[in-house]
Design a protein. Structure first.
Length: 160
């Protein structure tokens, strides 16, 4: 959602709706590969007339497609596409630690941050699609097992 807004903000009014529609279409594609192709195509078109928007679109493209790449079901994906929950928690932590006038060290800051998170915990609600979280965990484990395994093989080959 924020990526779409960032790209939109770098475009003139007449192109905003078109770019937003095409980005949403890409983010709802049937595969991450298809989505990446659609987004790369849009970025190439924007390169000619609006290079800042194209650069914003390319920035972090792989990360924005993680939900698609992992095959997260739509109900859970909807919840994970927004950064609002984490931003809300950060704001509550900031608000909670405003009363501190003199920070002594890093561990004190960590303790206050943890206390703020515990305070924020009271305002959390159940994530839509929470029943799919075990599938997400399995997909993440498979992804990291595959990537860590290939990295350790590469390091072994370098050492040889």
């Amino acid at each position: 959602m924020h990526k779409i807004k960032n790209v939109r903000d770098k475009l003139p009014g007449r192109l905003r709706a078109v770019a937003e529609r095409r980005m949403r279409q890409a983010y709802h594609a049937e595969s991450a590969l298809k989505a990446e192709g659609l987004l790369t195509e849009l970025a190439a078109e924007l390169d000619k007339t609006h290079p800042a928007a194209a650069a914003s679109l390319r920035e972090g493209m792989a990360e924005t497609l993680t939900i698609l790449r992992l095959g997260v079901p739509p109900t859970l994906a909807r919840s994970l596409r927004s950064t609002n929950p984490i931003e809300s928690m950060i704001e509550i932590c900031r608000e909670h630690s405003k009363i501190v006038k003199r920070w002594r060290d890093g561990t004190m800051a960590l303790r206050w941050c943890a206390a703020g998170m515990l305070e924020a915990d009271h305002q959390f609600r159940r994530v839509n699609g929470h029943l799919h979280l075990p599938k997400l965990r399995d997909a993440l484990e498979a992804h990291f097992t595959k990537n860590v395994g290939s990295e350790s093989q590469n390091e072994g080959q370098k050492a040889a």
